[in-house]
Design a protein around this ligand. Sequence first.
Ligand code: SF4
Ligand code: SF4
Length: 396
Amino acid sequence: MNVQPDLEFIRTLKEAGGDTLKKCYQCATCSVMCPLSKEGKPFPRKEMIWSQWGMKEKLVTDPDVFLCHQCGDCTVNCPRGAKPGDVLSAIRSYAYTFYGWPAPLAKLASSAKGLPILIGIPVLVIFIMWMLSGAMHIPTREEFASHGYQQFFGTWDFYWYAKNIFFIVLIMVPSLGLGLFSAFKGITKMWKSMCEDAGLNKEYRPSIGQFTQEFLWPSVVEIVKHSRFRECTSSIDRVRGHLPLMLAFIGLFIVTCWSLLKNDVLGLIWPSLHGPLPLTDPFKLLANVSAIALLFGIGVLWSNRKKAESELNTLPTFYDWFLIWEITAVGVTGLGAELLRWAGMPVLGYIVYFLHLVSIMMLFLYLPYTKFAHLIYRTGAYTFEKYRESVYGKNQ
Ligand code: SF4
Ligand code: SF4
């Protein structure tokens, strides 16, 4: 086989936390120790040699890279200190940029150098929207007590649709839309490349319903239950942080959907439904419990990451920390804005609420390029693994 090493790719991996990849001498201890590696298709030994050889195309189309949960079992047991878990993590971070669209935005989100622009974009957009809305004033304590943040973007006489909702939808829906569209482009490109690499038959394919029922849905269930994640031993603590975090996102997603339905659909029929939720409302309770779970989960992941950096000598990377900072910002500003509302402090409350909107927009907009993308790409890899093992993968 004629190997043309991609030196630029190797350098990128080293900078993204895979600085130890050259230490590997192919003993295969890691593949034996990995609780998720399957007989017949072991990893991460083969990924280590591909990384050393700079075989970019091979690695970005390798589902095993995305099946890894970065538990560190392999890293702990590697006799050479080659840290295969970190190398796989560096490959994943490269893959999110590789599949990301639009490419300049994906590149920008891949390193700390882009951080001022990454923060600057949502700050500017939301500030301009605030100016355009004409609502540029801080409410009195009385106004703040009765409306909370419901008039952040002002109010108008149009009874059927609140001005605040109009502006929030105007900002967040395109941000989320771009994030989801980019994620869709990325995952379809990855799927196609994986099929080509595995030589799967394009003619013999299941229907959409069959595909969902047999491959996609079981993968989603497995991920939500954290079944594979629980098999990891060295850092089982990560499950204790990851699970509440994931449930918190599901809780906040339900609250957001209800809020949109209440304000944008039901509110058109019963305008009295516009306005802040009372603290005793079940959806408000769900939102608050989810915010606490989010902060708890991110706290556990934060301390685990710190522990890994000190005990396993893992490099602190922008890829790992950016998502932790982002989620912390969403949780802290969300809870902070609510506490300031209770405390009746409009000036500080409005500033923190502004930052809350900025952090949410960042989460939506950069979803497909940051570590958050593992949600999509890992689901894709789980699904592909089942598909490849099925009659559709074998019947060639
Ligand atoms: S990464 Fe470590 S454990 Fe795995 S094959 Fe290389 S030297 Fe062996
Ligand atoms: S980090 Fe864990 S899941 Fe990933 S390859 Fe190593 S042992 Fe396997």
